[in-house]
Design a protein around this ligand. Structure first.
Ligand code: G1P
Length: 295
């Protein structure tokens, strides 16, 4: 590319979902606030965005999600108490996670009309620049965070990017699926996309893992509010239309790390075990407990 593409400064986090699969845990607590070890799921995903250089965090929330806003705000009494008790390490850790003034925005999706509609709700805050979307259910674990890898690929190729990874053939109907030009390449042009294809009809086994870099023209397409799979306004449908527009290439960036789908109980529980085992302060003792349990 001759001129470098415009930087990715903003990320959208759709966090309006009801979390019905985790009831009763999610009756009063948003599913994004459930913890993987001692960090809420949403904090892990914000960490990934921050590590990729994102400067503005945009949360599309809904009713009963106010505690997410509190989590990303300062807690004056708590901070003062920690300081008074000389708990400097704990205080420093809290302050490190805190977005700076003006770096976090919150907007509400008033009705559960689908992922495409949730992203569209962020249009005025994103404005006319390319941006990232991170689905908080999906924890991406790798030495280089997924979004950082994608931004490197975007800086090289420009356009729109979707993180993909293989899934077993009997699971393709659960995800967005893409067909690519070069299956072996780390980054490949996308040739087709389909949201939750019926069993046996998927163009490949590469699923959309929930990390996107999109050009702002997506908002005009989402604005038509056309409904797709499941009667919802699907992000994938507008991406298909955008990909058909001249000058709007779509790239699949293959993610080689581990993905934990924290929207499912098994994924969530596995993430907790995996992240705890990796922690130097918890791993050895926790491994011993697990071994004892399994005997
Ligand atoms: C959404 C997307 C889908 C993607 C998935 C990843 O589906 O529409 O393309 O593969 O997230 O988790 P949902 O899980 O919201 O049904």
């Amino acid at each position: 590319m001759t001129t470098p593409p415009r930087p990715i400064r903003k990320a959208v986090f759709p966090v309006a979902g009801l979390g019905t699969r985790f009831l009763p845990a999610t009756k009063a607590v948003p599913k994004e606030m459930l913890t993987v070890v001692d960090r809420p799921v949403i904090q892990h995903v914000v960490d990934e965005a921050r590590a990729a250089g994102i400067e503005h965090f945009i949360f599309v929330t809904g009713r009963n999600k106010g505690v997410i806003e509190d989590h990303f705000d300062s807690q004056f009494e708590l901070e003062r108490t920690l300081a008074e008790r000389n708990k400097h390490a704990e205080l420093a850790a809290l302050m490190k996670d805190l977005p700076q003034a003006g770096q976090a925005s919150f907007t509400r999706q008033q009705a559960p009309l689908g992922l495409g509609h949730a992203v569209w709700c962020a249009r005025d805050i994103v404005g006319d620049e390319p941006f990232a979307v991170l689905l908080p259910d999906m924890l991406h674990h790798a030495a280089t965070p997924c979004l950082a890898d994608m931004i490197a690929s975007y800086n090289q190729h420009g356009g729109n990017h979707i993180a993909v990874a293989p899934v077993p053939d009997d699971q393709t109907h659960m995800y967005g699926i893409v067909g690519v030009e070069d299956r072996a390449a780390k980054a490949s042009r996308i040739t087709s996309m389909v949201e939750k294809p019926p069993k046996g009809s998927a163009p490949s086994n590469l699923h959309v893992t929930g990390r996107y870099i999109l050009q702002p023209q997506i908002f005009d397409l989402l604005g038509t509010q056309d409904k797709g799979a499941g009667g919802e306004i699907q992000l994938t449908d507008s991406m298909i239309k955008l990909a058909a527009t001249p000058g709007q290439a779509f790239w699949a960036d293959r993610f080689d790390g581990k993905i934990y789908d924290c929207g499912s109980k098994i994924g969530f529980l596995t993430a907790n075990v995996a992240y705890a085992l990796e922690r130097p302060d918890l791993g050895p003792a926790f491994a011993a407990e697990i071994k004892a349990l399994l005997q």
